[in-house]
Ligand binder design. Sequence first.
Ligand code: 5GP
Ligand code: ZN
Length: 114
Amino acid sequence: MEDCLFCKIHKGEIPSTRVYEDENVIAFRDLYPQAKEHILFIHKRHTKNVNELVATDPSELSDVFLAIKKYTEDSKLTETGFRVVTNFGPDGGQTVFHTHFHLLGGQKLKGFGA
Ligand code: 5GP
Ligand code: ZN
């Protein structure tokens, strides 16, 4: 989609540090990391948030989580652990309106009872 930051990153029009790619999904480092490892996973098809994604093609959730499985196994994050988060709307703190999943790890994470 035109004027979407993450579509531009997907098309290579805006540079990013890409750490994973397959037929459906790309993952790249967050520009302002909130943890030692902070990676953003996106489906190549543009949707604005996770509810639109599941309403239009829920199989894309499997595409994204299979990519997360592969990346966390290959990078050995599975040995220490990690967290996956998606933000929705103003209270959720969503600032980029192309569905994305934050993968956080590389350190002990605070919050959610930790
Ligand atoms: P949200 O707040 O929408 O859940 O997450 C958007 C994320 O995109 C934020 O964590 C922010 O740091 C990241 N971000 C914003 N602009 C860029 C950019 O140009 N490149 C990359 N790699 N990340 C970005
Ligand atoms: Zn987009």
